[in-house]
Design a protein around this ligand. Sequence first.
Ligand SMILES: NC(=O)c1ccc[n+]([C@@H]2O[C@H](COP(=O)([O-])OP(=O)(O)OC[C@H]3O[C@@H](n4cnc5c(N)ncnc54)[C@H](OP(=O)(O)O)[C@@H]3O)[C@@H](O)[C@H]2O)c1
Length: 275
Amino acid sequence: MTETTGFIGCGNMATSLIGGLARSGFPATSIWVFDTDTQKTESAKSSYGIQVARSLDDLVSHATTLVLAVKPNHVREVLGNIRGCLVGKSTSLLISIAAGICIEDICRWAGREELAVVRVMPNTPSLVGAGAAALYANPFVTGHQREQAESIMRSVGLAIWLQKETDMDIVTAVSGSGPAYFFYIMEKLQQHAETMGLSSEQARLLVLQTAYGAAKMAMEDNHSLEDLRKRVTSPGGTTEKAIEVLEEEDLSGLLEKALLAACRRSREISETMKG
Ligand SMILES: NC(=O)c1ccc[n+]([C@@H]2O[C@H](COP(=O)([O-])OP(=O)(O)OC[C@H]3O[C@@H](n4cnc5c(N)ncnc54)[C@H](OP(=O)(O)O)[C@@H]3O)[C@@H](O)[C@H]2O)c1
């Protein structure tokens, strides 16, 4: 059987994944999409030449792998609507990128206890092909289906596997919300550099390139982050003075509190999503 991927929802995340798949060489004839907003599907069709389904049922009938890419509050309704079609399809894989919706609920709402489901937590840099996603598979997912899910997520960045679904809350706190922490730190560095005398453009460019350069160096160098930090911290130098202030003010403790707060909130949201 020819493998086809069907996207339910054609918003920001689905469009970035469709773009990633197209750039990675997935044939446009194997990518299907359905969205209640036909402007979005027509736009994806004209950009990537993909196939647009007439309805949810039409999409399910064409796809061997479904990617659930609607907002979390629409998931239950969508799964209820495709329940009937899913029952007859024994080989389907469902990949859910909906934040906070656990696999047990997905299977129950889809009316298939033994449905193969991969749950994914992506992040916004996927939109520029530099995402970081964590994946968790339930026991009904085959090795081949794991590879399929991984290759979809790898088309827009890094993809790693989790052993426990509950780790999704930690992932949400670290990489799901993570881009905002880095934006916040860069925003503040830029503001302070401007107050100290640089122009807005000078400060912005230097901060962005430094963040990009530090991440690139850390990814290309096998040393630990601690070693890299120590290598640019000469005794008696300027960096040492700055790090001393960050340690006196316990930046590390603050970051820990921030991650724990995000993780707790992720658990709370998951609980409220349960049906
Ligand atoms: N963006 C992120 O950084 C991020 C990170 C991690 C996880 N996620 C997850 O990714 C999922 C998608 O997020 P997004 O930002 O791409 O959302 P989005 O841009 O709002 O896309 C969702 C699309 O689904 C459509 N839709 C709603 N009901 C539908 C239905 N019954 N059938 C088909 N399509 C339907 C929506 O149309 P309308 O707009 O007309 O409702 C919209 O076009 C969410 O579950 C989110 O939790 C996103």
